[in-house]
Design a binder for this molecule. Structure first.
Ligand SMILES: [Zn+2]
Length: 671
C-alpha cells in the first residue's frame, strides 16, 4: 500500500468505525459484531503504526493511549458551571412559579423537564469539531482537565459530526469550525455497577457504595487505562455557546444531532401541573431505568428569558432540581414492642415518632430479632436513621449514638409470650416463637390472614372488623366466619345494614375457592402462594396431599425437605384435620384446578430410564395433572411402563408381567 492509498484507507476506517461507535453507543444498535469492529480497529492501528504521520487526535485508536499523569491540570470554565437549587414538593414548584411571575409580570412561561442523572458533571470543549478538552465542574469556575480519561468513554464523540436532520444547517458549520461546549453527566449504569461489586466480592474486597462515587472516582484516575476499564457512559444536556439555539429543548436536539446521547425522558411542560405529572411518572418508572436518577431538572425553556432572570447566589433563577423525597431521615425511636404473628413468630417492632421517608409517613419498622437489635445497638429513646429497604419497607438503619443522653434503655426480648404467657422457644435460626396454638395473638393474626386478599379474599372484611368480631365473641376461628349473618354484623358499633349485607355476600362468594388459595389459606408454615399452586397442581385435591408421603411432597420441584416435612406433619395433626373438615362443613367448594384433566384418570404409570424431553418429575407431574397415578414400582396393576434410554429392572419386570410398555414419544402423544 502506498502512502496515498494508506491515507485514504485510514480516513475511511476512521469514518466507518466512528459510525459504528455512534450506532452502538448512542443509538443502541449493533450493526456488526464486536469481533468485526475490533478487527477494523486493529487494521487502523496497524496502518497508523506504519504511517505515524496520519495519526490524528480524533482517531478511535487515541481513546486509550496516554501515559499515566502525575496530577491533573487546572481547567478554567469560560461560562461558569453553576449549581441548581433543589425543590422537593409540588408546593415548592408552585412557589417557584409565583416567584418567576413576580419577576416576569404578564409573561407566559414554558418549561422543559428532563430526568436528572445521578452522575458526575463534565464539560466538553470542541474546537473546529475536535474534542480538545474535558473538564470536571470543580468549584464551578475552575475544574480539572480530565481529557485523557474522558476520551475513553465511547459514547462521547472525539469529533463532532452531524447525524441526520438536514434542517439544522448551522450545525454543519459549527461541527467543523469554531468552538462549542457540550455539558452533560458521566455515569456508570446499574448493570456495570453491579458487575463491579460482584468482582469486588469475589476478590474479598470492599464493595463500592454507589455508582455516582464510583463514576466520579473513575474519571479522576490518573491512569486512563483504569478509567477505560470502568465502562462509563455520558448523557449530554447543555449546549454552551452560540449554535443558534433559542430554547433549552433545542439544545437536546442539537446534542443528539451532533452524535451524543441524551436522557430518554424529557418533556415540554406548560404548567406546574404538567411538571408534577411528569415528576410522578418518572417517580414510578425510575427503578426501571438503566441508570440512577435523583429527580427531574425543570428549566425555563426560553433561553432569552432564562438569561434575563439571571443568577441568585450561586444558582440560576430559571432552573430547579425537583428531587425525589429523601430515602433516609432521622427520628426518635419511642419504644420497641413485640408482635406475635400467625405462625407464632415473635418480632420486635420499633415504634417511631412519625416521620416522612421517601414520600410516605412511617411510624413502625421491624427490628427482626434480638441479634439485629444487638448488632445495631439501638436503644429505646435513641435518635435513629430510618430508610426504606428496597425503597418500600421501613427500615431502621442505625442509631445516632452521639446524640444519646444516657436515659436510653436497652431492650431484651421477653421470655414469655406477652399475650398468652407461654415460654417462648427458639426454633430455627434466631426466630423466637410462641408455640401455643391457642395463643389469642396468633389466632387473631391468622384470622387477618385468612380473610385477606392472598387467602379467602373476603372483600370488606379487614383487621378492624375482625377485631370487633373477635372482641364480641362472634368469631374465634376462621370457620366461624362462614356462619356470620347480617344481624351479627349490624350489632357491631358503627355498622350499617348495607355494608353488613355486602360482607355476608362476600363471605358467601368466597366459598367457591381455588385449590391453591384454599391450601394457602390453611396457613401452613413455609407454604406461600407459589408453593400452594405447586401443591394444587401436583396433587389435585386436599385428599391427595393428605395421602402423600413426605417423599411424594419432596418430589415436587422447588419444595425442599424442611417444607415437605412441615406440610406432611401439618396433615398428621388431628386438630388441623378437623379444621379442614369444619371448613368443608361450611359448604366450601373447591374449584377444580384448571390444569387437572381426566384424560389419564385411573391409569397407573411407571417410568424407567432417562428421557429426552421430560425429566421424570415433570413426566410424573403431567400424569397427576391429567388425573392419573404415577408409581415407583411395577405390578400387575400397572397400566403403562414408559421406557426411556437405558431402562432398569422395571422394564424386565414389565415384560415378565406382560404390562404394556411405551416410549417417551408415545407417552407424549398420549398426553
Ligand atoms: Zn402466645
Amino acid at each position: 500500500m502506498n502512502t496515498k492509498e494508506a491515507k485514504k484507507r485510514i480516513e475511511k476506517l476512521k469514518k466507518v468505525i466512528g459510525r459504528y461507535r455512534y450506532m452502538y453507543h448512542v443509538l443502541d444498535k449493533q450493526e456488526i459484531s464486536d469481533e468485526a469492529h475490533d478487527s477494523l480497529k486493529r487494521e487502523l492501528s496497524e496502518l497508523e503504526k506504519q504511517f505515524p504521520g496520519f495519526v490524528t487526535q480524533d482517531s478511535p485508536t487515541q481513546r486509550v493511549g496516554g501515559e499515566p499523569l502525575d496530577k491533573f491540570e487546572k481547567a478554567e470554565h469560560r461560562v461558569p458551571m453553576l449549581s441548581i437549587d433543589d425543590v422537593f414538593t409540588e408546593k415548592d414548584v408552585e412557589d417557584w412559579e409565583s416567584y418567576l411571575n413576580r419577576l416576569l409580570p404578564g409573561q407566559k412561561i414554558n418549561y422543559f423537564c428532563e430526568t436528572k442523572i445521578d452522575g458526575f458533571a463534565i464539560s466538553l470543549l470542541y474546537k473546529n469539531g475536535l474534542l480538545v478538552r474535558a473538564a470536571t465542574r470543580g468549584n464551578g469556575k475552575v475544574g480539572e482537565d480530565v481529557t485523557m480519561n474522558i476520551k475513553t468513554i465511547e459514547s462521547i464523540p472525539l469529533r463532532l459530526e452531524v447525524h441526520g436532520r438536514a434542517a439544522l444547517k448551522r450545525l454543519d458549520k459549527i461541527a467543523e469550525k469554531g468552538e462549542l461546549e457540550i455539558r452533560g453527566e458521566v455515569y456508570m449504569d446499574k448493570k456495570t455497577f453491579e458487575r463491579m461489586n460482584r468482582e469486588q466480592r469475589k476478590k474479598g474486597e470492599k464493595e463500592y457504595s454507589n455508582p455516582r462515587n464510583l463514576a466520579a472516582g473513575s474519571v479522576r484516575q490518573l491512569d486512563p487505562k483504569l478509567t477505560a476499564a470502568r465502562a462509563l457512559k455520558f448523557l449530554a444536556y447543555d449546549v454552551v455557546g452560540d449554535a443558534g439555539q433559542a430554547r433549552h429543548s433545542e439544545e437536546h436536539e442539537m446534542a443528539r444531532t451532533l452524535g451524543f446521547r441524551t436522557v430518554s425522558n424529557e418533556k415540554k411542560c406548560k404548567s406546574t401541573k404538567e411538571i408534577s405529572e411528569f415528576f410522578q411518572k418518572i417517580t414510578r418508572e425510575r427503578d426501571k431505568l438503566p441508570y440512577n436518577i435523583d429527580g427531574v431538572v425543570v428549566t425555563i425553556d426560553d433561553n432569552a428569558l432564562f438569561d434575563k432572570l439571571g443568577v441568585a447566589g450561586k444558582s440560576p433563577r430559571g432552573i430547579r432540581a425537583f428531587k425525589f423525597a429523601p430515602k433516609q431521615t432521622t427520628t426518635v425511636m419511642e419504644d420497641i414492642k413485640v408482635h406475635i404473628g400467625r405462625t407464632g413468630a415473635v418480632t420486635p417492632i420499633a415504634h417511631l415518632r412519625p416521620v416522612e421517608v421517601g414520600g410516605v409517613t412511617v411510624s413502625r419498622a421491624t427490628l427482626h430479632n434480638q441479634d439485629e437489635i444487638d448488632r445495631l445497638d439501638v436503644r429505646i429513646g435513641d435518635t435513629v436513621i430510618v430508610g426504606r429497604a428496597g425503597d418500600v419497607i421501613p427500615d431502621v438503619i442505625e442509631s445516632v449514638k452521639d446524640l444519646r443522653t444516657g436515659k436510653e434503655k436497652k431492650f431484651y426480648m421477653p421470655r414469655e409470650c406477652p399475650v398468652c404467657g407461654k415460654i417462648l422457644s427458639k426454633t430455627e435460626e434466631v426466630i423466637l416463637r410462641c408455640t401455643n396454638k391457642d395463643c389469642p395473638a396468633r389466632s387473631r393474626e391468622y384470622l387477618y390472614f385468612f380473610v385477606s386478599r392472598r387467602a379467602f379474599d373476603i372483600e370488606g372484611l379487614g383487621p378492624k372488623i375482625i377485631d370487633q368480631l373477635v372482641d364480641e365473641g362472634l368469631v374465634s376461628n376462621p370457620a366461624d366466619i362462614f356462619d356470620l349473618r347480617e344481624g351479627d354484623l349490624v350489632s357491631l358499633e358503627r355498622f350499617q345494614e348495607k355494608s353488613a349485607g355486602n360482607i355476608v355476600g362476600a363471605v358467601k362468594k368466597s366459598k367457591d375457592v381455588s385449590l391453591a388459595r384454599f391450601i394457602h389459606a390453611l396457613g401452613i408454615r413455609h407454604v406461600g402462594e407459589e408453593t400452594s399452586v405447586d401443591l394444587a397442581q401436583y396433587f389435585g385435591s386436599i385428599e391427595g396431599i393428605k395421602k402423600a408421603s413426605e417423599d411424594d411432597i419432596r418430589n415436587i420441584p422447588d419444595i425442599g425437605g424442611v417444607v415437605a416435612r412441615e406440610i406432611y406433619n401439618w396433615f398428621r395433626d388431628s386438630r388441623n384435620l378437623s379444621f379442614v373438615k369444619d371448613l368443608f362443613g361450611k359448604g366450601i367448594k373447591i374449584e377444580k384446578p384448571e390444569h387437572v384433566g381426566a384424560k389419564l384418570k385411573g391409569k397407573t404409570f411407571v417410568f424407567t430410564g432417562t428421557f429426552e424431553k421430560l425429566t421424570r418429575q415433570e413426566a410424573e407431574r403431567k400424569v397427576r395433572m391429567l388425573g392419573g397415578d404415577p408409581s415407583g414400582s411395577v405390578s400387575s396393576q400397572t397400566d403403562y411402563v414408559v421406557v426411556g434410554e437405558n431402562p432398569g429392572s422395571k422394564y424386565d419386570k414389565a415384560k415378565e408381567l406382560g404390562v404394556k410398555t411405551i416410549s417417551e414419544k408415545e407417552f407424549l402423544k398420549m398426553i
